[in-house]
Design a protein around this ligand. Structure first.
Ligand SMILES: Nc1ncnc2c1ncn2[C@@H]1O[C@H](COP(=O)(O)OP(=O)(O)O)[C@@H](O)[C@H]1O
Ligand SMILES: O=P(O)(O)OC[C@H]1O[C@](O)(COP(=O)(O)O)[C@@H](O)[C@@H]1O
Length: 592
């Protein structure tokens, strides 16, 4: 058979399977809609008594005992091995409290009729129609582009975030705590505010606490303070974090013990990769000890180095501020004879901010990041490149990431003493080092007196308040965190994946390669296209560099592949119990 005939047959076969799957899905969803349309909608029409969550009239729908759950679990962790059935979609499994605890199922208080809503806060709180809820069958694809159906079937997929119609927690029994860890990032206060508002106004949760000073705050009960909408109402206009933050002080036993003591059963932890390693330990400890608590991570970092998500909140704001500062540095450079402007930006291991700011600015001539090796001296090095530009164009604007000393081939900058409380070794001040080198090299080799203005705005750009775009991202993340925790998920993080909010298992974030600039990808290629900078490395070293780049790409690919292989058919996991009315009916039959 010719290759094209084979391809045609494959396309026809795939088409038939998809059509079958679509038909079966349509049939399923019609039946589901029919049976769903009874109970919850009728219930939604009943005027609810609650005013701002007071006396919330939550009807318990059904109860799941471990016996029923065990039954539902049978055959649940089915791994996808090949493209056998396109109607079955394997996705990254998010832990759910129903897997380890008996539970009641409640109808979400968000279900209701917006036309009956009273803006003054009396009347119903429910405002979402039936169709607005997400379900365990909806997923978000993590890849960018595909060549065939097989690629799609095998790609990493995450549960779509959003409100669930059936929830695990009775909101009246929820006690939530919020904590911020690690370095600052624009938008932290927006997330805190929105978590409080969603819990309070949408779910009627009135016991909300803030934990001061990051993980270490849990060591002292007096650091746990009450939060209300009145307290957090204005904080979104401020940078920093209302709760304070820190590095260090993590102890899973201390944290879970104090949560138990205070009755806290929802824990929202805003932090970066270090924080997420802590969240996973907390989740494991809570599960081992059968603690009934939803633990949720909200990824935060100005470095934008958290894998799997599109970008972390605050990143755009930081880039916008950095862009203005680069413009000032460029003005300085252009206003002096032999002028150089140099701006240092954050990025301990990743050049994301530097690369994004360089692209946003259009004035940058050289962008130095930890991922792209360069030489400082010698015929091909940075100093020579700056001199050539000064001679031909009279000025040069440089952006350097704080971790770019790791990329220097011909020198080894000593790190600044011991590690910080979070275990990170501080980088030496690369800006001052490069400034001295460039000025001395120009004088020595070309007898040029360079005027170099070095600006270090690193803390300035991460401590401002969030811009409009980041405020929207923070709002989405916070609202969806509450929806997912209310649904009973735990050990998860909320992130935007290909522009859609997804529930990502913490394990997947921790087991992925840390996000770094991939020199083979288009982002970096766009940077060098706009700066015009050469590869500042002598030809003999090029091979070593290519190997290093490939090493990272391979590590990333391997870890990604492992996550794909671990995916399961979520719809078969017990969570289906939370998803369809038919199950409720089936369960009652099984029980009797
Ligand atoms: N492997 C780990 N296990 C438990 N906690 C950790 C781990 N790594 C870091 N942490 C804790 O997470 C918090 C923030 O970590 P850090 O790495 O400084 O910032 P970020 O979370 O923003 O990356 C600190 O309190 C730190 O002690
Ligand atoms: O001086 P601090 O507060 O420890 O912060 C410095 C570090 O914070 C960072 O912005 C990263 O912070 P996170 O790891 O908390 O996201 C790094 O770029 C920088 O090295």
């Amino acid at each position: 058979m010719s290759e094209s005939n084979q391809t045609n047959q494959w396309i026809q076969l795939a088409g038939a399977v998809i059509a079958g799957a679509a038909l079966s899905y349509l049939l399923q969803s019609t039946t589901r809609r029919k049976s769903d349309s009874k109970a919850p909608l009728e219930e939604a029409k009943k005027p609810r008594k609650n005013s701002l969550g007071e006396g919330l009239d939550l009807s318990k729908e059904r109860t799941f005992t471990m016996r029923k759950i065990e039954k539902l679990k049978e055959g649940s962790s089915k791994f996808i091995e090949g493209l056998t059935n396109l109607s079955e979609v394997a996705i990254s499994r998010v832990p759910h409290l129903a897997e380890t605890h008996d539970c009641d199922v409640y109808t979400s208080p968000l279900l209701g009729d917006a036309s009956q809503r009273d803006i003054a806060g009396k009347g119903t709180t429910g405002f979402l129609p039936d169709e607005a809820f997400s379900s365990v069958k909806k997923f978000v694809l993590s890849g960018k582009s595909y060549q065939c159906y097989e690629d799609i079937a095998r790609e990493l997929k995450f549960l779509r975030a959003g409100p669930r119609k059936q929830i695990f927690w009775n909101p009246k029994e929820v006690k939530a705590a919020i904590v911020t860890c690690g370095g600052l990032c624009p938008g932290l206060n927006v997330v805190i505010r929105e978590l409080v508002m969603t819990l309070w106004f949408n779910y009627g949760v009135k016991d909300i606490f803030g934990v001061k000073w990051g993980y270490q705050g849990f060591h002292k009960a007096s650091n746990i303070i009450k939060l209300t909408p009145k307290i957090v109402k204005r904080i979104h206009n401020e940078g920093g974090t209302f709760l304070g933050s820190s590095r260090g002080g993590f102890d899973e036993k201390v944290i879970i013990d104090i949560c138990k003591e205070k009755g806290i059963n929802h824990l929202y932890i805003i932090g970066g990769d270090g924080t997420h390693r802590g969240i996973y330990k907390l989740y494991e400890y809570a599960t081992e000890n059968k603690e009934r608590i939803s633990i949720c991570g909200i990824p935060k970092t100005i470095d934008n180095d958290i894998p799997l998500i599109d970008k972390s909140f605050g990143f755009d704001t930081a880039v916008a501020v950095a862009e203005q500062i680069i413009s000032c540095a460029n003005n300085e450079a252009e206003s002096a004879e032999f002028g150089v402007g140099m701006v240092k930006l954050m990025g301990r291991d990743s050049g994301e901010i530097a690369a994004a700011a360089a692209q946003a600015s259009r004035d940058v001539n050289i962008c130095l990041i930890p991922e792209s090796p360069f030489e400082v001296e010698g015929e091909y090095g940075l100093c020579e490149t700056v001199c050539q530009r000064i001679i031909s164009k009279n000025h040069c604007t440089i952006v350097v990431a704080e971790g770019a000393d790791d990329a220097i081939i011909d020198a080894n900058l000593a790190k600044e003493g011991k590690a910080d409380a979070g275990g990170h070794v501080k980088h030496a001040d690369i800006g001052t080092y490069l400034k001295n080198k460039i000025v001395a090299y120009a004088k020595e080799n070309y007898d040029i007196n360079i005027t170099l203005k070095y600006i270090d705005p690193t803390y300035t750009i991460r401590s401002v308040s969030a811009n409009a775009g980041d405020t929207i991202i923070c709002t989405k993340l916070a609202q969806n965190s509450v929806h997912a925790a209310m649904a009973g998920y735990t050990g998860f993080s909320i992130g935007t994946v290909k522009d859609t909010t997804a529930i990502i298992p913490i394990k997947s974030i921790n087991n992925s390669a840390k996000r770094k600039m991939d020199l083979n990808e288009r982002t970096w290629q766009r940077v060098i296209a706009s700066t015009g900078q050469p590869q500042m490395v002598c030809p003999e070293n090029m091979e070593k560099i290519t190997e290093k780049v490939q090493e990272y790409a391979l590590e990333k690919q391997k870890k990604h592949q492992k996550l794909i292989e671990e995916q399961v058919v979520m719809s078969e996991v017990i969570l289906e119990a939370f998803d369809t009315q038919e199950n409720a009916e089936g369960d009652e039959e099984n029980d009797s």
